[in-house]
Write a protein that binds this ligand. Structure first.
Ligand SMILES: [Zn+2]
Length: 453
């Protein structure tokens, strides 16, 4: 049973009969239970709004005010969270701590800014990853594909570590922001307090918290430690899934070793409870310890094995076959590849150390995709032969091979609707047989685009 957690895309050749739900679809549908919306009380004065928005928001109730950790993504949703928090306490919001600069933790802040003098805390290098994406619009279509923003709800079960709240279908016009969208990107100028030291201890509304700067998914992280209650808030440096050491939307190199260091730092707290930015909180000291330790060990194992393979001269394509998790980590339900994938992590590590060249001089100046496709056509006796083999592959459920052959056909003529349909069908099949939500989104989004004239 647990074996299916490591099912690879290529397993599409052993699918269930046509029309039945694949086991990966069933697994992802079940996963949606993790995102049921609820205010979860994790201590006498700490409440986590989980499953409402793309990320969790925590409220800590102090003597004469409250502190929030993170601010969600969509004001129409966070205003509901605000109302639900208000049912618990009417005390004013005195502080908001932003764990990192991603929009799913910041763009929903507006409903929380009505009280006077709200302090907003963030790391000094807040938005470090956004600086990269600002370079141009090149990241936008990839972001849309990864998030499945243009897919109909039936094609988008969840996002692996979050419910699919965006773009959503049930928002009224009156709930849109002034720019006509569901949110306005967070304005960094709203931050009132930047953390410049490695650790800063702050007291707001009688609550003392330690803010630890940390690196991993992004380098602008603040890990929040609430010593009086033994609660750890790791932001996105932990969530219940194999971590996204590389985001397929495109990202600058995520330093795997720094992520490991951050996890080691978090383990020193011996937290009783952990409320991460995504997925439901983990309660109980031994559960927190196991979760963090396995997460750390999984990242370290992937890193060490990749380096070991690189030292043997393996190429990225060979490394993805070389690296896998040991049994006990494979069987950890919190390390299922709902969001990140081991093979993407392996390629990321290779790229971080050696760049794009795989060491094979054939690849120093390869044929263009079109030249390669034309040579293949000649070898097989015509372009029609490539198409014939691709269709046969699809019939035999060799979906990856069908997609690769479709690429050759499209390299010759990318306006041919029959080739485009062929690739779209192959991608949709691949989508059905992967448990990684963002891979599914990407396959289905590109399939949808291919069907447009
Ligand atoms: Zn996040």
């Amino acid at each position: 049973m647990k074996k299916l957690f490591v099912v690879l895309v290529s397993l599409c050749i052993v699918t269930t009969t046509f029309g039945q739900k694949t086991k990966e679809t069933i697994l992802l549908e079940k996963r949606s239970e993790e995102f049921r919306d609820e205010i979860i009380k994790i201590s006498d004065n700490v409440y986590v709004a989980s499953g409402y928005d793309a990320s969790n928001i925590t409220m800590i109730e102090g003597e004469d005010g409250i502190i929030l950790i993170d601010a969600g993504m969509i004001p129409a949703i966070t205003s509901q969270i605000y109302k639900d928090f208000r049912r618990i306490t009417q005390k004013p919001i005195k502080g908001i701590i932003i764990t990192h600069g991603h929009g799913d933790h910041t763009n929903g802040i507006s409903p929380f800014l009505g009280d006077e003098g709200v302090q907003i805390w963030a790391a000094e290098n807040f938005g470090s990853e956004n600086n990269f994406s600002k370079e141009g619009g090149f990241i936008n279509p990839r972001q849309h594909h990864q998030s499945g923003m243009k897919l109909s709800p039936d094609k988008r079960i969840n996002n692996g570590i979050a419910p699919s709240v965006y773009p959503g279908g049930s928002f009224k016009k009156s709930q849109l922001s002034s720019n006509g969208h569901l949110f306005i990107p967070f304005d960094k100028n709203k931050i009132t307090n930047f953390v410049t030291k490695q650790v800063e201890t702050i007291t707001i509304a009688g609550i003392t918290l330690e803010l630890h700067r940390a690196d991993g998914e992004t380098s602008d992280h603040l890990v929040v430690w609430y010593p009086a209650k033994g609660i750890l808030f790791p932001g996105d440096l932990y969530y219940k899934s194999f971590p996204n050491l590389y985001a397929i939307r495109g990202t600058a190199y995520r330093d795997v070793n720094k992520w490991i260091e951050s996890l080691d730092m978090m383990l020193t707290f011996d937290a009783k409870t952990m409320a991460q930015g995504h997925t439901r909180p983990i309660v109980g000291a031994s559960n927190v310890k196991t979760a963090l330790t396995n997460y750390r060990d999984a990242i370290a194992h992937v890193f060490n094995t990749t380096i070991e393979g690189m030292n043997k001269g393996l190429t990225p394509d060979e490394l993805v076959e070389y690296v896998s998790l040991p049994e006990h980590l494979k069987n950890d339900p919190n390390l299922v590849q709902y969001y990140g994938r081991i093979e993407w992590a392996v390629r990321n590590i290779y790229n971080g150390y050696l760049g794009w060249f795989d060491g094979n001089p054939t690849n120093l100046r390869p044929l263009s995709p079109k030249q390669e496709a034309e040579e293949m056509a000649e070898l097989l006796g015509g372009v029609e032969e490539i198409e014939k083999i691709a269709r046969k592959a699809l019939k035999e459920k060799k979906c990856q091979w069908a997609a690769e052959l479709s690429d050759r056909l499209l390299a010759i003529d990318n306006t041919n609707m029959s080739y485009r349909e062929l690739k779209a069908t192959a991608l949709e099949q691949l989508a059905l047989h992967v448990e990684t939500a963002i891979a599914r989104n990407y396959y289905n989004s590109v399939a949808q685009d291919l069907r447009k004239e």
